[in-house]
Design a protein around this ligand. Structure first.
Ligand code: UDP
Length: 313
């Protein structure tokens, strides 16, 4: 893949920065676009002096002009944790709609392959379990999570329209809960929140009765699946995530054990439209990409904990 050029929107974010690393490792040149709303320069600091890496501070909801050849456009820009998209609802809607339009336009102009970072949130509070790609979802368009869910659903529809009507080569990855190094301790998601509370000896805040489930994927597994999808010719959505499902209550206890913390679990109000269950059906990824996750939650949590300890020092 030497000398191929990839644009990563949201490249300074948690997933975007890991994706930049992987693409550079594979021999590509990477142009990273980010307005640093929720992304952070620290995530790409180690790449700044790399001759195959270029960072441009840019809001991709505006027209994107980049000279020269481009082979891949990977659209990862968006606030992505519930706290972030509730804090930035309009920006979330804009980057999923206008930003996707601009990123698709760039790919079309350059004849590049386009990959959309979509989400398990397109399934909303799912009525079938586990979720396979042919499930259409159960989303409340006017609830607080609607800003993210509907933006991503629109982004998928726009991507398919560019594929069908302009013949653009496209991919859609539906990303399930992912964790690992470079997550922000304060992004409000369960995993960093619990680890941060456990490390500080604070109460662990489980929302609702804790019976709701999630399935957590370590970031290296996720990036591997995305890279395989990029190189495939699959244009329909593909779930990438770890099917190992756990209740949030059990997960909180797991974090307490792992951190040897004395923290106690307390229960707080469940956020509106919080999905009751979530588990990816990864049959399609296994069959088409020959991909499945390798990192256990215990192993991944240890790596993440080491990272959080290191950034706290
Ligand atoms: N959650 C929790 N305590 C927190 C943060 C989140 O109990 O401090 C719950 C949240 O209500 C949800 C689950 O943990 O049921 C996962 O939430 P997260 O914010 O990680 O992402 P989501 O999967 O909901 O997008």
């Amino acid at each position: 893949m030497n000398n191929k050029i990839a644009v990563v929107t949201g490249g300074a974010g948690f997933l975007g920065s890991h994706l930049c690393d992987r693409l550079i490792h594979e021999g590509l040149k990477v142009i990273c676009l980010d307005n640093l709303l929720t992304g952070r320069i620290e995530n790409i600091q180690h790449l700044i002096s790399n001759e195959n890496f270029q960072f441009i501070k840019l809001d991709v909801t505006n027209y994107i002009h980049l000279p020269g050849n481009i082979n891949y456009v990977l659209h990862f820009a968006s606030p992505a944790s519930p706290i972030d998209y509730l804090k930035y609802p309009i920006q979330t809607l804009k980057v999923g709609s206008l930003g996707t339009h601009k990123a698709l336009g760039l790919a079309k102009e350059k004849g590049a392959t386009f990959l959309l970072a979509s989400t398990s949130e397109v399934y909303g509070d799912p009525l079938i379990h586990p979720q396979s790609e042919d499930y259409w979802g159960n989303v409340n368009p006017v609830g607080p999570r609607g800003v993210y869910d509907e933006a991503k659903r629109f982004a998928e529809a726009l991507t398919m329209a560019y594929h069908r009507y302009h013949g653009l080569d496209t991919r859609i990855v539906r990303i399930f809960n992912t964790y690992g190094t470079r997550m922000r301790l304060d992004d409000g998601r369960a995993l960093p929140a619990f680890i941060s509370q456990a490390m500080n000896g604070e109460d662990i805040t489980v929302f609702g009765d804790g019976t709701q489930t999630r399935s957590f994927c370590y970031v290296s597994d996720l990036i591997d699946g995305i890279f395989k999808l990029l190189l495939s010719n699959e244009t329909m959505p593909v779930n990438i995530g770890n099917p190992n499902e756990i209740t949030i209550e059990d997960f909180a206890q797991e974090v307490i054990r792992l951190t040897n913390s004395k923290s106690k679990i307390i229960h707080q109000e469940l956020p509106i439209d919080d999905p009751k269950v979530r588990q990816p059906d990864i049959t399609r990824a296994k069959e088409i990409l020959g991909w499945e996750p390798k990192v256990s939650r215990e192993e991944g949590l240890k790596l993440t904990l080491d990272y959080f300890k290191q950034i706290k020092e």
